[in-house]
Design a protein around this ligand. Sequence first.
Ligand code: SF4
Length: 356
Amino acid sequence: MDFITGYTLEELKEKVSSLGLEPYRAKQILSWIYKKFTTDFSLMTDLPKKVREELSAVFSSHPLKLESEVEAPDATKFLFRTLDGHLVETVLIRERDHLTLCVSSQIGCAVGCSFCATAIDGLIRNLTTSEIVDQFLQVQQRTKEKIRNVVFMGMGEPLANYENVRKAAMIMVSPWGLDLSKRRVTISSSGIISQLRRMAEDPFMRELNLAVSINSPRQDLREKLMPLTKTNTLSELMDLLVRFPLSRYRRITLEYILIKGVNDSVKEARQLADLIGPHKKKFKVNLIPYNPDPNLPYERPSMDRILRFQRELWDRGISTFVRFSKGADVFGACGQLRSRRVEGIRTLHDAPLPSL
Ligand code: SF4
């Protein structure tokens, strides 16, 4: 199947030319999809009827089928099924003044973080470009307010699916696409050195926001929490991040999941401050209190300990924020996305499929 949401403007120009149509038709088509959010060719009334029929015969609309929608006060989790039967989760987060969409980039994940529910199933496969873009499109079709922020923080390690994530991000930020600001699209990585290096050398990708999971200031503990870091060491990672090219005023976010009795002591806060050392202006730290999972042995620290950890970093001049993952009520929060488990959740809304 040939999904229309897998094409950039240039690719679509070539494709429509090969079908004997004028290249400018590509822009018209993408405008319907990404400005009016319709993938139904019969509604694209500025195209001749014959062209619309031809396009319907060539392209398919949605690689994902919406299975369910689970509502929480501050988030909605969307559960999609791929054509080959896998489940993909996407979470819409309602912030005070905007909406953020947390998209998945893989089915499962090979990184194997010990605190993460997604890791339990291992990596099943990468999502295609159109499967990533379709998460946005289908959620936007059901949401009145425009979604302006995207975080690649759902299932999977986005930089391990580099090409598809890159093309999806390009569709998201291009004027002919979803036209989001590059500053509002965040790639959240576990810290795969080779892929971060690739991102640093890529003039398009390095303009996006970057968040990297640190989770411990010590190599030994980080290895236990994130086995991948045996070969992607903390010192190599920090070395690379310190040199990562950033435009003025931009910073890299260091994500730190705070787990009770594991990495939440004052000693660790001080070690983290030492790790950042003189590069305070290049980083900010997001402390994410752990979201307990019934299948994993970890717990969330008390509020006192969370604030104590934060204070240690602030006292050393490091911008540090506590971010409670929204959507924990629907198991849609960080490290909680896993296709297998969601089958058991009672959905509040059994949403009908969009008529496309
Ligand atoms: S936390 Fe992210 S990188 Fe680690 S296993 Fe889970 S999905 Fe993969």
